[in-house]
Structure formats: structure tokens, C-alpha cells
Ligand binder design. Structure first.
Ligand code: PLP
Length: 419
């Protein structure tokens, strides 16, 4: 049968262009990564052909004997990797994993206490136009104006006042450790369930470089495509007492047939994430984030909280003439891909924002080390040196391209840690 180039040259050309785009710029979006060729192979496999509504051993379709084994492998590996009592690996993405918690553990109207979106939360944590904000009563805690860290006195006061059924910790742009044990004390005091969304830092947890939220939380959700570097997908971990509620929420509550080809890729991702090579990769992600934060601060830029404990840092541009939007565009011109992000107490709307979120997982997967990230830091400082004129865009872009050429992406399997 015809390959894609022959069958659909238009789409094949677009895929080729996207590969060149990924190769030719430095990916600094904190939620992205480059997955392994083995994961791409599993996602592109014949398993995509199979319907498998239900769970291993309890399907509503025949011919599931092989996918049962695939899914069980993914479940067992997820449980072992994160030391969890129960895992559901069927959510199609992070948002679906989060929906399963709301649907499985709450009634519409129940109160949830979560991190404000403009302080680093996620839209599934209660944005008004998201299902979460429409169907549940959301109360938000924020970070302190002085330190940009979670203010536990505020969390406790809000928990006492609103008596949430569930407290949610974790987010999309919080650069510091998510201290689940602090939230646990508060949840216990007010009789709430505790949920951590570790979508961003799950890879660090797997590598033992961030405390494991499973130890403190009733339920933990995640994506598999950010620091975990796997396929674009999600999963839920929980205590045994919530297993049935979560499973029923995912299927038949929210989804039909699971994407067993993606579940196969998740199994591979979990296998890799248990390896020494993955631990070395995540240590490099952390070292690179520290090196980048240091270089940016040496260059006179303001890094929120003075650095990071994770893979992500936030540039606070409020002391400069840059908006997040303009800075994002300028960095794009010098071949650095980032995203604008609000900083806590931002006076600009999210479409403009006063911050830039920067992450190290993707470039680290290409092989970037601390010295490479110091050079990235110098390019950023140079690009944002002055609002107008003076900056030699072409020279800075050439320095980014030189880094890309030194650390090639795909095929270049050797650029990946040996798994
Ligand atoms: N949770 C957090 C904390 C996230 O940052 C994200 C994605 O950015 C999600 C959930 C949603 O994941 P997905 O985009 O796969 O639905």
C-alpha cells in the first residue's frame, strides 16, 4: 500500500515542514517535549484499529486479548513507577484525566479549592468557561504578592471558610515544589479530599527529583507528554477506595473506546521513565533550568521566585518595557519558542500578559547541557536588551541555529539518552 508521501503529498509535506520547524528552533515551551522514536512507533501502530470499550478482562468487544495485555502492562508500570494503589491509563489527555476526578469524586455544585489560573493554575482547575467552572463551585487560593509562593495561611483560611469537598494543588506555571504534605494537613483539618495535578512535573517525580504526590493525595492526575516525554495523553492514580469511582467516570462516564495504541506508547513511556537513563535526563533538565535562571538573572532579568525547583521558570517582565506578547514575538524572531504567561497580580490580560514561561525538558531531550542553556540565556538577554533598535536579530538567530545544529533532533537517535 502507498506510504503517506505517495497517498497524500499535501499532508506529507506539512509533516515534513513541522519536523523541520522542530529541528530549526529551540523549543522552550515548558509543556512540550520530544518523544522517543519507540513511542512514535507505538502511536503509529496497527493497534489504532482496535475498539476496546471497557477494561482488561471486561470488554464490550471481541478480539481484545492482545490489547488487554497492553493496557494491563501500562497499568502495572504506572502503579509501580509512582507507587500507586490504582491507575487508570485510559484518559485521552490531561483534561480528560481531570474531568474523571470531578465526575468520579464530586457532585455538580460541590466546592473545590484550587490555584488561581493567573497564578499558575490550569483551565480545568475552574476557569469560568471550562466545564469545571460551569459545573462546580470554585474557590481560588493564590500565591503571596511578596514571594510568589503558595500562601498556606490563605489556603487554610479559605478552606475553613468554604469547607471544600476537594482541594486541588499543582498547576501549569508554578516553578517551585508542590508541597502536597502542607495541603494534606489543611485537607484533613476541613475533611476535604486532596487531589494533585502533576501534569507538569510527573517526569521529575518518576525520577525522584520532586516529592511523590501519591504519598499525600487521594487522587493524582497527569499528562504523559510534558516532562514524562511520552505520547500526548493522560492518566489518573488514586487510592484503592476511589478506584471504582474513577474507572466508572472515565468509562462509561466520559469516554468511549480507549486509544489502545496510545496506551501502548504510555506503557513504553513508563518503562523508560523507570530507567537510570531517564533519571540522568531529568537531572539534566533540573541542572539546565538552574543554569538558565542564573544566566537570566545575571543578565538583569527578573526570574519569579528567584529561580526554580523544577523544569519551568517564569520571567517577570514588569520591570521592563516588554509585554509577554511582544517578548514572545521577539524571541520567536531569534528562533526561541516560548509562551507568554501572566505573572501573579498581572495587570495585563492573558492575551498580552507580563511574563514568559520557559521550560527545559524539550531542548534537554535533544542533548542541551548547562553550557548550551547559558548560551540560550545570553541570547534571551540580548534579544530583550532594549525594546527598540540596537538588537542584531540576525546574529542572535544565527547563535540559536548553531546550537540546533550542534544538537540535532531526529533521526539522531544518539542524541537521546540510551534507553
Ligand atoms: N493539567 C495541567 C496542570 C496542565 O498544565 C495541562 C496542560 O497544559 C493539563 C492539565 C491538560 O492537559 P491536556 O492539554 O493534555 O488536556
Amino acid at each position: 500500500s502507498a506510504g503517506l508521501a505517495e497517498a497524500d503529498p499535501e499532508v506529507a509535506a506539512l509533516l515534513g515542514r513541522e519536523l523541520e520547524r522542530q529541528r530549526g528552533q529551540i523549543e522552550l515551551i515548558a509543556s512540550e517535549n520530544f518523544t522517543w522514536p519507540a513511542v512514535l512507533e507505538a502511536v503509529g501502530s496497527v493497534v489504532t484499529n482496535k475498539y476496546a470499550e471497557g477494561y482488561p478482562g471486561k470488554r464490550y468487544y471481541g478480539g481484545c486479548e492482545v490489547v488487554d495485555e497492553i493496557e494491563q502492562l501500562a497499568i502495572d508500570r504506572a502503579k509501580e513507577l509512582f507507587r500507586a494503589e490504582h491507575a487508570n491509563v485510559q484518559p485521552h489527555a490531561g483534561a480528560q484525566a481531570n474531568m474523571a476526578v470531578y465526575l468520579g469524586l464530586l457532585q455538580p455544585g460541590d466546592t473545590v479549592l484550587s490555584l488561581r489560573l493567573d497564578h499558575g493554575g490550569h483551565l480545568t482547575h475552574g476557569l469560568k468557561v471550562n466545564f469545571s467552572g460551569r459545573l462546580y463551585t470554585i474557590v481560588h487560593y493564590g500565591v503571596s504578592r511578596e514571594t510568589s509562593l503558595v500562601d498556606y495561611d490563605e489556603v487554610l483560611a479559605l478552606a475553613r471558610e468554604h469547607r471544600p469537598r476537594l482541594i486541588l494543588c499543582g498547576g501549569s506555571a508554578y516553578p517551585r515544589t508542590v508541597e502536597t504534605w502542607e495541603f494534606r494537613k489543611i485537607a484533613d483539618e476541613v475533611g476535604a479530599l486532596l487531589w494533585c495535578d502533576m501534569a507538569h512535573f510527573a517526569g521529575l517525580v518518576a525520577a525522584g527529583l520532586h516529592p511523590n504526590p501519591v504519598d499525600d493525595c487521594d487522587v493524582v492526575t497527569s499528562t504523559t507528554h510534558k516532562t514524562l516525554a511520552g505520547p500526548r495523553s493522560g492518566f489518573v492514580l488514586c487510592r484503592e477506595e476511589h478506584a471504582q469511582a474513577i474507572d466508572r467516570a472515565v468509562f462509561p462516564g466520559l469516554q468511549g473506546g480507549p486509544l489502545e495504541h496510545v496506551i501502548a506508547a504510555k506503557a513504553t513511556c513508563f518503562r523508560f521513565a523507570a530507567s537510570d537513563a531517564f533519571r540522568a535526563y531529568q537531572s539534566q533538565v533540573r541542572a539546565n533550568a538552574d543554569a538558565l535562571a542564573d544566566e537570566l538573572m545575571s543578565g538583569g532579568l527578573d526570574v519569579l521566585t528567584g529561580g526554580t525547583d523544577t523544569h519551568v521558570l517564569q520571567l517577570d517582565l514588569r520591570g521592563t518595557e516588554w509585554t509577554g506578547k511582544d517578548a514572545e514575538e521577539r524571541l520567536h524572531e531569534v528562533k526561541l519558542t516560548v509562551n507568554r504567561n501572566t505573572v501573579p497580580y498581572d495587570e495585563r490580560p492573558p492575551t498580552i500578559a507580563s511574563g514568559i514561561r520557559i521550560g527545559t525538558p524539550a531542548a534537554t531531550m535533544r542533548g542541551f547541557d548547562e553550557e548550551d542553556f547559558r548560551e540560550v540565556g545570553r541570547i534571551i538577554v540580548g534579544a530583550l536588551a532594549d525594546g527598540a533598535g540596537a538588537v542584531d536579530i540576525a546574529a542572535l538567530a544565527a547563535r540559536s541555529v548553531a546550537l540546533c545544529e550542534r544538537r540535532p533532533l531526529y533521526p539522531g537517535r544518539a542524541a537521546f539518552p540510551a534507553f
